[in-house]
Design a protein around this ligand. Structure first.
Ligand SMILES: [Zn+2]
Length: 378
């Protein structure tokens, strides 16, 4: 080894030494401190929860850790239309609402609060209140005395649900007064009426009986059946019986809206007129159910309204004996007897009919049409 070659003693680099120290310190710190920095203990709705360090209110809200839920989109009565589509749930610290980006701190005590519901918009509807019908007197003949006036109401309704939130009556309706009366009770006359036809196989049999007994009755036809069976309808008219309008399709007129009322009354009238060649002058509502609006339509069509005074409820299909006996027992001078030639099996009615006729004739009764019965009124 040459003395010239002096190998200098290795020198420690001060910067490298610093790095080593820093490494040791950092490692020590990491072991002790990092676990604490990577987690955050908070209480949410009374439950201790560990969150990652640096958690914000948003991470709690979006992870469903809170008890509270978002509000709903609701209708005016509070029923949800879309669940969860209301305001979001809120997170509070010391009663103060946190924004999504607010940081959470170790030991925070947080509570959640349900989001508010969002209520649908409302709109105001102005509707008419039909005049109620007030009946005075008793009997099968009905005459409108005063037509009454409809009322007006304003309703606040849900724009989507159409449910009513509140109602305010702007004008009270005044009633339609209908006077009920009976034909004069001194003459021994009764009117037989047959509803719900024409009905193939039944109407003809009734016509045969009436012809044999030489009796005229009144037939309240349903427009759609008259249209379907015009030959039977015409046969009734040609036999000299009175023809009445019993609506187009036998709807409950008390519950019908304007469009339906018009169809039931005027279409019914037209269909019966076309089939029979006779313009009906009498109207009987299905089930006898009328409203003031329906009564106005009927009057405008030039029809008289009649119900009945003897009803053996033949549509319940009693046996011919009880059916006939009930009619015979209840009849008095001026009675309007309700029977059916259509609407179902009327074999009991057909079998009871001669029995009814013979018994009443024996008691001295004459059978008349409604027009003839009405003349007896005067
Ligand atoms: Zn009927």
């Amino acid at each position: 080894m040459s003395p010239h070659h002096i190998t200098p003693a290795p020198r420690r680099d001060p910067s490298r030494r610093g790095a080593a120290v820093a490494f040791v310190v950092a490692t020590t710190l990491m072991m002790a401190v990092v676990p604490a920095l990577s987690a955050l203990d908070v209480t949410i709705d009374g439950r201790k929860t560990r969150l990652p360090a640096g958690a914000t209110a948003d991470s709690v809200m979006s992870e469903g850790i809170m008890v509270a839920t978002a509000g709903d989109f609701v209708d005016v009565t509070g029923e949800p239309l879309i669940k969860g589509a209301g305001d979001p749930a809120e997170l509070l610290r010391d009663g103060t609402r946190l924004r999504a980006q607010d940081r959470l701190f170790e030991g925070d005590e947080l509570t959640s609060q349900n989001g508010a519901d969002i209520v649908e918009d409302t709109s105001v509807l102005t509707t008419t209140i039909p005049a109620p019908v007030q009946y005075e007197g008793e009997g099968p003949l009905e005459e409108v005395e005063t037509t009454g006036t409809p009322g007006v109401e304003k309703r606040v309704v849900g724009a989507i649900s159409r449910k009513t939130l509140s109602t305010r009556i702007v004008r009270q309706p005044s009633p339609m007064v209908v006077r009920r009366s009976s034909p004069r009770r001194t003459d021994k006359v009764v009117a037989l009426t047959f509803d719900d036809g024409p009905w193939p196989g039944q109407t003809e049999l009734i016509l045969e009986i009436l012809e044999k007994e030489d009796i005229k009755a009144t037939f309240f036809m349903i427009g759609m059946w008259a249209k379907k069976y015009p030959a039977i309808a015409r046969k009734v008219a040609e036999a000299g019986h009175q023809i009445g309008n019993h609506s187009y399709s036998h709807r409950n007129l008390a519950a019908a809206r304007n469009g339906t009322l018009e169809r039931e009354i005027s279409f019914g009238q037209k269909a019966v007129r076309r089939a029979t060649g006779v313009n009906p002058t009498w109207f009987r509502a299905p089930g006898g159910n009328m409203s003031s609006t329906a009564a106005k339509e009927v009057r405008a069509a030039g029809l008289r309204i009649v119900t009945w005074s003897v009803d053996p409820q033949d549509w319940r299909k009693p046996k011919p004996g009880p059916l006939a006996r009930k009619v015979i027992r209840e009849v008095e001078p001026g009675s309007v007897i309700l029977l059916h030639d259509g609407g179902g099996d009327r074999s009991a009615t057909i079998r009871a009919l001669p029995w009814i006729i013979h018994n009443l004739q024996r008691e001295g009764y004459d059978f008349v049409t409604l027009d003839e019965l009405r003349k007896k009124q005067k």
